[in-house]
Design a protein. Structure first.
Length: 506
């Protein structure tokens, strides 16, 4: 019968060793030689299970627990085969014990060759897996390159970079690892695309990113790439900073770029060009104020340049501050004059008042105040803005204008004409409001028992425009208002003006 073993004979150690070695072949051949088929079937099942787990080969190989279990199983069947072969004769006796040992040792090549072949397949699988990771990183770079804004793509770039770094250091000897230096060259080329295209502002963020790559990737892998971004970044900072200098949307960014250039690469040729470049821009834009059709726009540009100068490191800022301040001062004055000529009187008043307050020692401060006064009057009385106040004061006869206040509050008097100026008339302590305009005209400033506050103006002849600004008091709050008037002063006359407050029915 197939499962019946021959009768037990005398012990034979060579046969026992041969059966044990035949069982180590992973095919249960020792049991087959003894015609112990059920035991052989168990060996075949165990080996089949191992092949099922091991094939196809994976980069991580067979789980260690499976290999340990299978190794223990082989040792057990080898020991069991030796025990059975010690006294059980073989189904087909070999010519001699030595030949049996040779056959058994030869058959051990089967599991050894299988293990070697599986190791090779496993290594190839590992190589393919690493190449797939490299390809995935390449895909990330390609996808990131398709995004216009670097901020949207930076996450993908960094993930690809981490993959390159791991392959190049932890798997340097692999086929994928040997390709990493080439991929890093392509990575730098791709990330720096905006710079190569001349888009310097768009290139700043990518180039700053490239300077951080050595924090992720081994410097030995990068080689000359470690310092490559320095020159392009310095160039991009200068170009972008100068491009945005004075523009409305890029003032803060321009200052930041130029400051970063001066602090990061202070000895670079690009840094040495910043001061002269800004000085030249100030000179050019200041010259544009003369005869410009839009001096206010140029003035705003000069103000933004000064803001940028204030953001620069101390030495450069100090060197440029004088030129920047002077240009802003000229620009502000030119803008105020242009606003007045364009009949933008409220704007002209604000600009010239700010100029006079900010630059009180300027030789133009007095004229700026006169233009501000004329502009404030013209905002109420457009005839006062037909021309700028005269630059020089007329010589010759001066006529007297006495202004008397019959109202309870003080009055600020603004006037413009051949001369421009202001005066103040104190409030009348014992005076009150009139019930109507008619009552004010007939009774104003005529009480012999009242000491009215007065001020006297001495004016050259000519046409004048006045603005009366009444201070509000408890009795006039809610209805007192500023008003304007005009008069032509001629030689040979003495002029008086009576100020009073009446309650209107409106």
């Amino acid at each position: 019968m197939p499962g019946h073993a021959p009768s037990v004979g005398p012990p034979d150690r060579s046969r026992a060793l041969a059966v044990a070695l035949l069982n180590l072949s992973c095919l249960g051949l020792g049991y087959a030689a003894l015609r112990h088929w059920w035991s052989a079937a168990v060996c075949w099942a165990a080996t089949g299970g191992l092949l099922f787990v091991a094939l196809p080969a994976e980069p991580d190989g067979v789980p260690a627990g499976v290999l340990v279990a299978y190794g223990v199983f082989l040792l057990l069947v080898a020991v069991d085969g030796a025990r059975r072969g010690l006294r059980t004769p073989l189904a087909a006796p070999l010519p001699g014990p030595r030949l049996a040992l040779v056959v058994a040792f030869a058959l051990l090549a089967v599991p050894v060759a299988g293990a070697w072949a599986h190791g090779g397949a496993r290594e190839e699988a590992r190589q393919q897996e690493l190449l797939a990771r490299l390809a995935a990183a390449d895909t990330l770079v390609d996808e990131a390159a398709g995004r216009r804004d670097f901020g949207d793509a930076e996450g993908e770039y960094r993930r690809a970079l981490r993959a390159y770094a791991e392959l190049g250091t932890e798997h340097a000897a692999s086929r994928a690892g040997k390709l990493v230096p080439e991929r890093l060259d392509a990575y730098y080329e791709t990330v720096a695309t905006p710079y190569r295209e001349g888009r310097h502002c768009a290139a700043v963020a990518p180039l700053k990113h490239l300077r951080t790559v050595p924090d992720t990737v081994d410097r030995a892998l990068l080689g000359d790439l470690v310092t490559w971004p320095d020159e392009p970044l310095a160039h991009a900072w200068r170009e972008c900073g100068m491009e945005g200098l004075g523009t409305a949307s890029d003032t803060r960014e321009a200052g930041t770029h130029l400051r970063d250039l001066l602090t990061t690469f202070p000895e670079s040729p690009h840094a040495r060009q910043v001061e002269s470049g800004i000085r030249g821009r100030i000179k050019t834009r200041s010259a544009a104020l003369s005869g410009s059709t839009a001096p206010c726009r140029v003035s705003d540009e000069l103000s933004r340049i000064r803001t940028t100068v204030g953001r620069l490191p101390g030495a450069t800022a100090r060197a440029l501050r004088g030129d920047a301040d002077a240009s802003v001062r000229r620009g502000m004055y030119a803008c105020g004059v242009d606003q007045f000529k364009d009949k933008k009187f409220s704007s002209a008043k604000r600009t010239m008042t700010r100029y006079a307050d900010r630059y009180p020692t300027s030789t133009l401060a007095g004229r700026a105040r006169n233009i501000a006064i004329a502009a404030e009057i013209a905002a109420r009385r457009p005839a006062a803005g037909r021309a700028l106040p005269p630059v020089t004061v007329p010589r010759g006869t001066r006529l007297t204008l006495v202004v008397t206040n019959d109202g309870p509050g003080a009055v600020d008097l603004l006037y413009t004409g051949p001369v421009t100026g202001t005066a103040n008339v104190k409030g009348c302590a014992g005076c009150s409001t009139y019930p109507s305009r008619t009552a004010g005209r007939t009774g104003g400033c005529k009480s012999t028992s009242t000491s009215y506050p007065k001020t006297t103006l001495r004016l050259p002849p000519g046409e004048y425009h006045f603005l009366y600004k009444h201070a509000r008091t408890a009795s006039t709050a809610g209805f007192v208002r500023t008003y304007s008037d005009g008069v032509k002063i001629r030689s040979g006359y003495r002029y008086t003006s009576c100020l009073y407050v009446f309650r209107s029915t409106l």
